[in-house]
Design a binder for this molecule. Structure first.
Ligand code: SF4
Ligand code: FES
Length: 237
C-alpha cells in the first residue's frame, strides 16, 4: 500500500493508483474534463492540476489524472497555485466553448469574469480527445482521430470523409462534454456532422429499437449524469 497526504488527510491506496483515483476514492473534489473511468487517462485538459510535493523537494503542479500516487507525497488540491492554474485553464477552455454549463460553473467557482481569448472559428470542441478514445477503446473501430496541430487541431475521420469502419453508434456524440459533435438521426440513417456521407442505421435484431451497445450506453450515461446531475435519454438525440 502507498501512504500519502492529500489536503491534510492521511490516505492509503494500493500501488498503481493515480492521484485522481485516490481523490475520488476519498471524496476529494478535483474538476476534470478529459477524464473518463472507462478510458485510458489522457492528460489533455489540465483542469485536474494539483500541487504535488515529495518533501524536502519543492512542490510542482501535476495532472492528477495521469500522475501516480507515491509514498510520502504531500498533495494539495486547492492551493493558490492550483486555483491560478485552473483559472487560466477554464478561461482557455471557455474560448472554445463559451456557453458550456460545466465550464461556466467552474468559471464562477474560480473567479473567471472575463475571457480574453477567442478561437478563430467557434466549434465548441475543447480537444479533450474523449470522442477519439471512446471510438478507439470502447467501440474499437478507430473511425476518428485528431488531425492538424495547435489551434487548428480538430477531430475528424480520415480525409474528412466518413470512415468505412464507422458503425454510426453515436458514442462520440454521447461522450462529447461540450456538444461539439452533432448527430442527425433519421429513420433509416444517421449522419455525424464532421463526415460527408450518411450511415445506414443498424437495428437490434431482437427488439428493433436499441441500436447502441448497451454497456457503452450505460458508461456514457453515467458520465453525463455525473457531470450534469441528470440522466439523458438516448431517444432525445
Ligand atoms: S469533439 Fe467533443 S469529445 Fe471530441 S475532442 Fe472535441 S470536445 Fe472532446
Ligand atoms: S482530467 Fe486530467 S488533464 Fe483532463
Amino acid at each position: 500500500m502507498i501512504h500519502l497526504t492529500i489536503d491534510d488527510h492521511a490516505i492509503e491506496v494500493p500501488e498503481g493508483r493515480t492521484l485522481l483515483e485516490a481523490c475520488r476514492e476519498y471524496n476529494i473534489e478535483v474538476p476534470t474534463l478529459c477524464y473518463h473511468p472507462s478510458l485510458e487517462p489522457f492528460g489533455a485538459c489540465r483542469l485536474c492540476m494539483v500541487e504535488y510535493a515529495q518533501p524536502p523537494h519543492p512542490s510542482k503542479l501535476v495532472a492528477a489524472c495521469v500522475y501516480p500516487c507515491e509514498e510520502g507525497a504531500v498533495v494539495s488540491t486547492h492551493s493558490e497555485s492550483v486555483r491560478n492554474s485552473r483559472r487560466i485553464t477554464v478561461e482557455l477552455l471557455l474560448s472554445s466553448a463559451p456557453n458550456d454549463p460545466y465550464l461556466l460553473q467552474l468559471a464562477q467557482e474560480y473567479g473567471v469574469t472575463d475571457v480574453r481569448f477567442r478561437m478563430p472559428e467557434e466549434n465548441l470542441c475543447v480537444v479533450c480527445g474523449l470522442c477519439v478514445r471512446a471510438c478507439n477503446e470502447i467501440v474499437g473501430v478507430r473511425a476518428i482521430s485528431m488531425i492538424n496541430r495547435g489551434i487548428s487541431k480538430e477531430v475528424s475521420p480520415p480525409f474528412k470523409v466518413i470512415s468505412p469502419t464507422c458503425i454510426g453508434c453515436g458514442a462520440c456524440v454521447l461522450i462529447c462534454p461540450t456538444g461539439s459533435i452533432k448527430l442527425k438521426d433519421v429513420i433509416g440513417y444517421r449522419s455525424i456532422h464532421f463526415a460527408e456521407s450518411d450511415i445506414e442505421r443498424v437495428y437490434c435484431q431482437i427488439c428493433s429499437d436499441i441500436d447502441l451497445q448497451p454497456t457503452l450506453v450505460k458508461d456514457i450515461e453515467t458520465l453525463m449524469q455525473n457531470r450534469t446531475g441528470h440522466s439523458i435519454n438516448k431517444k432525445e438525440l
